[in-house]
Write a protein of this length. Structure first.
Length: 198
């Protein structure tokens, strides 16, 4: 697959993962990222997904995916049993963030977290001028149909990591088509963080 055909957040995650790594994807959706990791990085992958229809799509791609709710924990996995644990576009949908991140950092040597930045300027402007819950490219849902439970910003996540003594090894902030380095909490639509336990 040509690099330009891979969605930007998946490109960033591919760049963060070393070849031939073991990867557990929590909330893997239809398995597009897992499939790319196999093809591009020769990774050994496993996914956990709650949506049965998404699991069928994963199975059709030949992926190893378990039906499960990540909020119920990762007790079946031993410490450091994966090189990477990925939570891409799923952190904001998790009920018990502390528990899931703690489990992910126990099971994985490193954890990659990607989430929509709720402090993006388009969201701020919609709140200011329309007085309504924002709907943007990164946040495409109406308030009554959103799967999001937590509305966090890039700054919120950095502060969370500081409070919980979590090491941010690398962060990449992106818009719709490119990386964003200038005032990322204002201009980035998505934050992607490579973290580990100090």
């Amino acid at each position: 697959m040509a690099r330009k055909d891979i969605q930007l957040d998946h490109q960033v995650i591919l760049d963060l993962i070393n070849p031939q790594s073991t990867v557990l994807d929590l909330g893997c959706g239809n398995g597009d990222l897992l499939y790319l990791l196999i093809k591009e990085k020769h990774a050994r992958v496993q996914g956990i997904e709650i949506d049965e229809q998404a699991i069928y799509k994963c199975v059709a791609k030949g992926l190893n995916v378990f039906h499960g709710d990540v909020d119920s924990g990762l007790a079946e996995f031993s410490d450091k049993s994966f090189d990477y644990v990925v939570l891409n576009q799923s952190l904001q949908q998790i009920l018990h963030v502390d528990k899931v991140l703690s489990d992910a950092l126990r099971v994985g040597r490193k954890v990659i977290v990607g989430f929509p930045n709720f402090a993006h300027y388009k969201s701020r402007l919609q709140m200011l001028f329309l007085g309504r819950t924002p709907v943007t490219g990164a946040l495409p849902y109406q308030w009554y149909e959103t799967p999001n439970l937590h509305f966090l910003s890039i700054s919120d996540f950095k502060n969370y990591c500081r409070l919980k003594a979590i090491n941010i090894e690398q962060s990449v902030c992106i818009g719709q088509t490119r990386r964003t380095q200038f005032l990322p909490n204002l201009f980035a639509e998505t934050g992607i963080f490579l973290i580990s336990k100090k």
